[in-house]
Design a protein around this ligand. Structure first.
Ligand code: HEM
Length: 407
């Protein structure tokens, strides 16, 4: 985003990127949202309104993919492989996504009891010891999604630390490449190669000994002519790990923070755990784990009275759309019982989050446990420290004190 011209929105957006404002970018988003669409640089635009973001997420003239690298290995469509299907356009995106959906969705629908057992185990470690404190990120939010993905892939619990390590390293791929140092880019390449080397024997073993896990399912899904090849399979599994990890960590941490800042809502959830789905939807709207996504225009697009030329980048500020006063009543209020909550936290259109149902279960179970098992919970440090990342925004640590954790 380099340019010699001065674009006023770029200065405000610069403050959003500044880590000093990570704990509360919402006043900056409100400032940016005074105009529905703003130019950030010569070839970059920022869209902030719910209605426009919703339309653009569904617009086939916006592309999610980078230029093909002709030297890349070949995908199952016979063309150069372009990376995870999150970063591919139809039609090949749809083929890979359909295979993954067919294997992923039926497996996660029955997972609530296992997730409840995992959350219970993680809190049991602190139970019955009287007053104390723990870090919700390290003790609950972080281990939960890793445990869930290992369960889905049929990976034994002793492998969880390995997954933990890969999740942390591979997630850097979601950061804008300009924000990475050369050493970090090099480590990402090493991590990708190590991930493939780690998975290959596991995939071969499932070939020989077919189980009822997700890897085994993907190996035999659908028409052999369309089936993902080895590099697509390893990349899809890596994507499930990274797309499902830090996002869910943020959901649990942001949710705990919102509840402990709004103790009346915490009390209502404690009294009525059936409120959990509404609480999770409101956390997703109020403080979304993924704050922004980006696309590239493949044709000229007119939106909110401005003309975006073909080839330009378009940033969609999901977190601003979630606080759009034209769409939400009292947008800055944390209000689980709000009458309508069509938030943008899971995106929309062909790339709508594939793991939304799983994330919802994990969030509901974790936040209900926080509300019902911690006696007199309170924040030790408010605001908590935040990780550097702007896109996947969430606390790096969230210390909570309590009188007891009940069994
Ligand atoms: C609260 C947790 C989560 C949030 C807020 C979230 C958010 C999102 C968003 C905004 C997108 C669309 C990105 C775009 O259009 O550029 C997306 C896509 C995706 N998410 Fe999630 N996600 C969450 C959890 C998960 C989980 C648990 C998984 C799987 C284990 C997952 C897997 C995916 C995949 C595979 C895609 C790409 C879909 C496609 O391109 O067709 N996500 N997610």
């Amino acid at each position: 985003m380099t340019s010699t011209r001065f674009y006023p929105a770029a200065a405000t957006y610069g403050k959003v990127l500044d880590h000093a404002n990570r704990h509360d970018p919402y006043p900056l988003f409100a400032e940016l949202a005074r105009e529905p669409i703003q130019q950030l640089a010569e070839h970059a635009w920022l869209v902030t309104r719910h209605e426009d973001i919703t339309a653009l997420l569904r617009d086939p003239r916006l592309s999610a993919q980078n230029e093909a690298d002709p030297s890349a290995p070949t995908g199952s469509d016979g063309k150069p492989f372009r990376g995870p299907f999150l970063m591919q356009d139809p039609p090949h995106h749809d083929t890979l996504r359909a295979q993954t959906m067919r294997q992923f969705v039926p497996r996660i629908l029955g997972m609530r009891p296992q997730i409840e057992a995992m959350v219970a185990r993680l809190l049991d470690a602190h139970a019955g010891k009287g007053p104390g404190e723990f870090d919700v990120v390290a003790s609950l939010a972080y281990p939960l999604p890793v445990g869930v993905i290992c369960e889905l892939l049929g990976v034994p619990p002793e492998e969880e630390p390995v997954f933990h390590g890969f999740a942390g390293r591979l997630t850097r791929a979601l950061d804008p490449v300009e924000s990475l140092t050369e050493a970090e880019i090099a480590d990402l390449e090493v991590a990708r190669a190590q991930w493939r080397a780690y998975l290959t024997p596991m995939i071969q073993q499932r070939h020989a000994n077919h189980g009822d896990d997700l890897i085994s399912g993907l190996l035999v899904d659908g028409d052999p002519a369309d089936r993902m090849n080895l590099i697509e399979l390893a990349t899809t599994l890596g994507m499930l790990l990274i797309a499902g990890h830090e996002t869910t960590v943020n959901l649990v941490a942001n949710g705990t923070l919102a509840l402990l800042r709004n103790l009346d809502a915490l009390d209502r959830l404690r009294a009525d755990p059936d409120l959990a789905p509404a609480v999770v939807e409101e956390v997703l709207r109020y403080d979304p784990p993924v704050q922004q996504t980006g696309r590239r225009a493949t044709a000229e697009i007119k939106i909110a009275g401005r003309l975006i030329p073909a080839g330009d980048e378009v940033e969609l500020l999901l977190a601003a759309g979630n606080r759009d006063p034209l769409r939400f009543t009292e947008p800055d209020r944390f209000w689980p019982e709000r009458p309508s909550n069509a938030h943008l936290a899971f995106g929309g259109g062909v790339h709508y989050c594939l793991g939304a149902a799983l994330a919802r279960i994990e969030g509901q179970v974790a936040l209900t446990a926080i509300a019902t098992r911690l006696r007199n919970p309170r924040l030790v440090l408010d605001p908590p420290p935040y990780r550097p990342n702007m896109l996947l925004r969430g606390p790096s640590e969230l210390r909570v004190a309590y009188d007891d954790v009940t069994a």
